[in-house]
Each structure stands twice: as structure tokens, then as C-alpha cells.
Write a protein that binds this ligand. Structure first.
Ligand SMILES: [Zn+2]
Length: 366
């Protein structure tokens, strides 16, 4: 049986910080964990490049480390995961013969494989070191505001998220993400830092990491009900595999709006059109809720030659990238969650504090 290993280092190899993500493969041949000791021993876990084309995390980490060079006096220990240097070489999310790394962590639905065993090992290694927090950094392809995602609704998790953005998404689907598997052990975030290569995304991420590096602790005291705007996913929308689609005025069965991604994080009224249907024989889109139930008819109608929303909804992750749409999905649909914490840290519903909400509605991770 194939087995995969990860590289473990206690230093930053010479020259590594000079390399863009696409050149890391010259020094790192696979997933790599770098341990750096700081004054506070419990490490901050930072994960970058689980998706090889999402380079903002690495850009922020290399600037962070350069600014603390020679790294002998970090305020806190760091544990840095560099996920997929081989896919980064080709500027791809993943290679064709690889699974999506951010679906292979413990608790995921990927079948037992060399990759799920590898990420179980990395997870266990991180957990052993009792991290202060775990931060997994991503980009997405559409026009999206920067936001943090959490997998548990707790004051300390939301407080950490609020240091990055006032918009926070709660998700438990898809399963097998790093932040979901780490959220059992420490405050854990997925950061969505806009599109790869945008300098303000790197600046924002760097500032956040610098703040986290200096945190003494993350308070579990109740957080104010308006400290963040919290959303959760109510459906994943996919284009029917058999339907030819395009953007703008194209001779395809489904012509999506050219500016579709401007709807991201906008609360859309009913009757909003995502695009037009040029022949209407097959159902163009499917919307599925986190329990796997088809809810297309609750959100869309197709009977006026248009793909129209039928109720108020807020999309996220809408993208104009065909490959992402085919490999992943067109978008997620979101609803606002109103949370309130009493004296005790507790969720917004009767689930006991700290309980993993793996069976609760979720929201997206890129
Ligand atoms: Zn990603």
C-alpha cells in the first residue's frame, strides 16, 4: 500500500523565504511542518498552500518570518504547515492524481487512503503540541470580501475571528477540513483572503498573524451579540454536469451573468436572475442542503427562461472560474445567524458548549 510522509523541520531552510510558492518544490518535496520556538511555548498553528494556487498565506508567512529574522526571539512558538508545494509548482489547487487536501483531515468523508492517514498524522502532531489556535489560510476565485470561518460558535472562536473580519461564516460542511478537525482542540479558523496575488490580501493576513503572534491568550468571556456578523451555509449550488454553460452572451444552454460574482455577500431579493436559459430541457442547477437533501425548488425557479431566486438569500464563493465550478461548485447560499451568549460560554441553540456540531448546518471552505 502506498504510504506518504511529511517533512518535519525545526528551522527555516536557508533561502526558503526568498522563494515564491511556485518555487518551494525546489526545497520541499511534499507537505512540510516547520517548528519554530518562541518565548510562549504553546504554538500558533499556521497552515498555507493546502491548495497550491492559493498563495496569500505563504506570501504573508514569508513576510512575517522575514520581519522577525533571525527568528531567535519570536513572541510565541509557531508551527507552520506548508501543504502542497508540488501543486504550487504548477499553480494548481491540487494535482490531478491528488485528492483535495482540505477534505482529507480526520472526520472527513474521503475513504481511507494514504492521504487521510497522512493528514491524521499531521493532525495528531499538531494536537500533541496543544496549540493556542490554528489558522488555515485560503484564497478564493470570485469577488469576495475577506472573512474568517469558524466551526464552533463559541466566544473565544468568534473573538479570534473578529480580529480578522467583522464577517464570520460558520460551517461544518464540507467535512475533512483542517479547521473543522482542529476546532475540537483549540480556536480554529479558515481565513478567506480574497483572490490570490492581491497585495492588500497579503497585508491584511500579515497584520492578523502578527496580532495572533502577540496574543497572550484568547478570552472565553461572552462576546457581544453584534461583535461579528455570523452567517451559515444553507445550500451548496452546483451546475448540472450535463449542461453546457458559459458567461455572458454565449450559445450555451445556461448563460450565467458575466458579473455574477458581484453578488457575493449581498442579500439578494427574490426574483434576482443568475442568468438565462437558452434551451430549457434539463435542470441547469442543483441546490443541496448540508444534510444532502435537494432544496433547489426552495431557492430557484427556471420557468421564465431565467435562473431566478425565489426567496431572499445571500450567496458566497460565486466564481467565474469554470474549473472551480466543475471541480467544486458554483456557490454557497447563506443565512444570517443571530447568536447571544449568557454568562456561560454557549452556542446560540441548545447544543451543549464545546459539542461538535458535525450534524448542524454548515458553510463553505475554499
Ligand atoms: Zn482553499
Amino acid at each position: 500500500m502506498v504510504s506518504l510522509d511529511f517533512i518535519e523541520l525545526d528551522h527555516v531552510p536557508d533561502g526558503l523565504l526568498e522563494r515564491p510558492a511556485s518555487a518551494l518544490y525546489q526545497q520541499l518535496t511534499g507537505p512540510t511542518l516547520i517548528h519554530l520556538q518562541g518565548r510562549e511555548k504553546r504554538p500558533l498553528v499556521i497552515s498555507v498552500l493546502q491548495h497550491g494556487n492559493e498563495v496569500t498565506g505563504w506570501e504573508a508567512v514569508r513576510r512575517l518570518l522575514k520581519s522577525h529574522f533571525p527568528l531567535d526571539n519570536l513572541p510565541r512558538s509557531l508551527l507552520i504547515l506548508i501543504g502542497n508545494p508540488m501543486a504550487a509548482k504548477h499553480r494548481l489547487r491540487r494535482l490531478d492524481d491528488q485528492p483535495d487536501f482540505n477534505r482529507c483531515w480526520p472526520g472527513g468523508r474521503e475513504t481511507d487512503s494514504a492521504y487521510t492517514r497522512l493528514f491524521r498524522q499531521i493532525h495528531d502532531r499538531m494536537r500533541e503540541l496543544q496549540p493556542l489556535a490554528a489558522i488555515d489560510i485560503h484564497n478564493n476565485t470570485g469577488l469576495n470580501p475577506h472573512y474568517a470561518a469558524v466551526n464552533l460558535i463559541r466566544s473565544d472562536y468568534l473573538r479570534l475571528a473578529s480580529l480578522f473580519s467583522s464577517k464570520v461564516v460558520y460551517f461544518t460542511m464540507p467535512a475533512g477540513t483542517m479547521s473543522l478537525s482542529m476546532s475540537e482542540h483549540c480556536p480554529s479558523l479558515t481565513l478567506e483572503c480574497g483572490q490570490a496575488g492581491e497585495i492588500h490580501g497579503t497585508d491584511h493576513t500579515l497584520a492578523f498573524l502578527e496580532t495572533c503572534l502577540h496574543l497572550e491568550s484568547i478570552s472565553t468571556k461572552p462576546i457581544a451579540a453584534d461583535a461579528v456578523r455570523l452567517f451559515h451555509m444553507v445550500a451548496t449550488v452546483r451546475v448540472n454536469d450535463n449542461v453546457l454553460f458559459g458567461f455572458g452572451r454565449v450559445p450555451a444552454e445556461l448563460s450565467l451573468r458575466e458579473d455574477l460574482d458581484k453578488f457575493n455577500f449581498c442579500e439578494l431579493p427574490p426574483g434576482t436572475s443568475f442568468g438565462s436559459l437558452n434551451q430549457h430541457s434539463r435542470q441547469p442547477l442543483f441546490a443541496v442542503n448540508p444534510e444532502g437533501v435537494d432544496v433547489t425548488s426552495e431557492y430557484f425557479s427556471f420557468d421564465r427562461g431565467q435562473v431566478e431566486t425565489t426567496r431572499e438569500t445571500m450567496p458566497s464563493m460565486l466564481t467565474l472560474d469554470r474549473r472551480v465550478i466543475q471541480q467544486d461548485c458554483l456557490c454557497y447560499l447563506m443565512d444570517r445567524i443571530h447568536y447571544e451568549f449568557g454568562e456561560e460560554v454557549a452556542g446560540p441553540d441548545p447544543l451543549p458548549e464545546g459539542m461538535r456540531r458535525s450534524d448542524r448546518p454548515g458553510a463553505p471552505s475554499a
